[in-house]
Write a protein that binds this ligand. Structure first.
Ligand code: GLN
Length: 310
């Protein structure tokens, strides 16, 4: 890390205070639980690879993880299936929205694991004899990434399952292409439950730090996934993590990240730190407006941009 400022003496509260002045974006309203989010919630957390943590006010406020779960579902699928998982889905950016009804032409595979089609598939690739077993494995895996026992919001899981029409459409499309091997409704149910896991900025920063550290959780010392898996996941976060905003993100922030409709952003700066920002109002690409802004500030002031020149 070519750190301009030591993350441990960094004025994170000052960053938060300034970011709170930023108004813009709109809270997602795809399910009632998300529509009810507080637009003024802003939590920020950092976890270094030595397991030191720094956080602001509201870093302990919980939201549903939503699409910030996708890198971790990909990690668990790779861990359980090895490189064979990579034959089952693409890793190319789409330049399209997260829920586009589109598969890779010619193969019928999901374009990448960071869009909904890919996450429906990776959640089906996680080990487990049936939907309940896969959901248990996912919750245990996410908990290992976070370093504490996480739980699921049953109401969010139910709303996601009932109202996720585009996810049902994608699952049926993948069934018809022969690329999804479990039942369509089962795939949506497992993915909906994964999106409904409750986390706060502190959890997400630990999850990002685990990837940034090559798969070993710096808070618990547990090796959650192998270093090759962590590298694969972070690579795809860099190219696809912010959907059709990934190019702009890499230029402005330069840190592999994943956005989500609940307003969470998880960042994994390889060999440096994990970070997270939670703030519900979103831009057109579904990225937290304040989250993007704060990530840009952190990247600049902590020297995290992957392509910063000396
Ligand atoms: N649960 C949402 C969905 O599948 C997650 C999308 C997101 O966070 N971008 O539609």
């Amino acid at each position: 890390m070519n750190s301009a400022v030591d993350p441990l003496s960094y004025d994170l509260d000052g960053v938060r205070d300034r970011a709170l002045r930023e108004r813009g974006g709109a809270v997602d309203d795809s399910i009632p639980e998300l529509a009810d989010a507080d637009p003024d919630l802003l939590g920020i957390a950092l976890v270094t690879l030595d397991g030191e943590t720094r956080e602001t006010a509201q870093a302990g406020m919980q939201i549903s993880i939503q699409s910030a779960v996708k890198p971790f579902l990909f990690a668990l699928a790779l861990q359980d299936h090895g490189a064979a998982a990579l034959d089952r889905l693409g890793i190319e950016p789409t330049g399209e929205a997260f829920d586009a009804i589109k598969l890779e032409s010619g193969t019928g595979r999901p374009p990448n694991p960071m869009v909904n089609a890919g996450a429906l598939l990776t959640s089906a690739l996680v080990d487990g004899a049936d939907a309940a077993a896969r959901s248990r494995r996912i919750l245990a895996g996410l908990s290992a990434f976070a370093g504490r026992d996480l739980s699921v919001s049953e109401s969010v899981a139910e709303s996601e399952h009932l109202l996720g029409d585009r996810n049902h459409a994608l699952a049926h499309l993948m069934r018809s292409e022969g690329t999804l091997q479990v039942g369509a409704d089962e795939a949506v149910a497992v993915y909906a439950r994964a999106c409904a896991v409750l986390v706060d900025a502190r959890d997400l920063a630990a999850m990002g730090a685990t990837l940034a550290a090559g798969g070993r959780n710096p808070l618990t010392g547990v090796e959650v996934v192998g270093a090759d898996v962590a590298r694969d996941v972070v690579s795809v976060m860099a190219t696809c993590g912010v959907y059709d905003g990934s190019g702009r993100w890499m230029r402005q922030v330069g840190v592999p990240a994943k956005s989500s409709v609940s307003g969470a952003i998880v960042l994994a700066a390889p060999a440096a730190l994990g970070a997270a920002v939670v703030s519900p109002p979103l831009d057109e690409q579904g990225t937290s407006v304040r989250g993007h802004h704060v990530s840009e500030v952190l990247s600049r002031e902590l020297g995290l941009h992957a392509f910063a020149m000396p």
